[in-house]
Design a protein around this ligand. Structure first.
Ligand code: DON
Length: 304
């Protein structure tokens, strides 16, 4: 498969077309990013990398980090995770409060904000030094100690994060938050601010394409069965109320973030990261979706 040529051809085609959508306006730091950045990086499970455009520029991975926090907790406590968060698509926006009351404060899945906030609370209960231990896992996966949070983005979101503050307080009132809400939200805003390039991101998710993947400490990240389950949740919930559309158009498990990043995983083959900050109305990267649809069409590689 000539990944270089396919990626280059699609990049050139998408770049020529109109770039639609808006940056994430509700987080002031993200609304300042150059909206026409566009980068792609693919990493195969045997470590062959292919990149084009702004693939070496760091950006805020936002909700993509929710897969990494789920991973941190899942490898520590196993299936106990599912006692406090479900595995069903929500059919609602990522920051919706609607289902929580009817469903007794158990969020539908770990990728909507409510679910990721409950996961954050569970991490606070299970780890001595949660922010550091989260960073340690990501740094061990990437073998790179420069990976870090972005203080400016975390404090920017924290200063206006009223909906997440509401979600966290509401979850607390329904008994599904055990720790201090300010500490839970501090952890949550920090993990969302994690900075990576497309090149980093495509490597960071290899453990989901190849469950034999080992960190620099020679540890597996998840078991085969756990990786299957995380991929399944990405497939059904990774794009919120656009998860069906992503599955229909792209046909791979994936996850988006409001920084404009998208990661898609082809189990047994590769991970591909796309970054383009303009988002559609569901909060998913306009060009990210477009690029990946064309990519799985041209390569004829999807899981379906
Ligand atoms: O909590 C928020 O609203 C953001 N920190 C993350 C949301 C997000 O990335 C949704 N993804 N498309």
């Amino acid at each position: 498969m000539d990944y270089n040529k396919i990626i280059e051809d699609i990049y050139t085609k998408v770049l020529r077309e109109e770039n639609k959508g808006q940056r994430a306006q509700y987080i002031p730091e993200l609304a300042k990013v150059n909206p026409d950045r566009f980068g792609i990086h693919l990493m195969t499970i045997d470590n062959q990398g292919y990149g084009i455009g702004d693939y070496q520029k760091p950006f805020s991975i936002q909700s993509i980090a929710k897969v990494l926090t789920l991973t941190l907790l899942y490898r520590r406590i196993g299936s106990r995770v599912w006692q406090r968060v479900g595995v069903e698509p929500s059919g609602n926006a990522f920051n919706s409060l609607m289902q929580l009351e009817n469903e007794n404060g158990v969020p539908r899945n770990p990728f909507i904000n409510a679910g990721a906030i409950v996961i954050s609370d569970m991490i606070l209960s299970e780890f001595e030094n949660p922010k550091q231990q989260f960073l340690d896992l990501v740094r061990d996966i990437l073998d790179d100690d420069t990976i870090d949070f972005c203080e400016a983005v975390a404090s920017s979101e924290s200063s206006v994060g009223f909906r997440n503050i509401a979600l966290c307080n509401y979850l607390k009132s329904l008994g599904n938050i055990r720790n201090n809400t300010a500490e839970v939200l501090d952890f949550y805003f920090n993990i969302c601010s994690l900075k990576m390039t497309c090149k980093d991101l495509s490597k960071a998710f290899l453990y989901l394409a190849n469950s034999e993947f080992k960190t620099r400490k020679s540890e597996r990240v998840l078991s085969l069965s756990q990786a299957k389950r995380v991929n399944a949740i990405m497939q059904t919930c990774g794009f919120y109320d656009e998860s069906g559309e992503f599955t229909f158009r792209v046909g791979l498990p994936g996850k988006s973030g409001v920084g404009g990043g998208v990661i898609a995983v082809h189990p047994g083959k590769y991970c591909i990261a796309v970054w383009s900050p303009r988002l559609n109305i569901h909060g998913n990267s306009y060009r990210g979706m477009k690029f990946l649809e064309q990519f799985t069409t041209d390569t004829k590689l999807s899981i379906f």
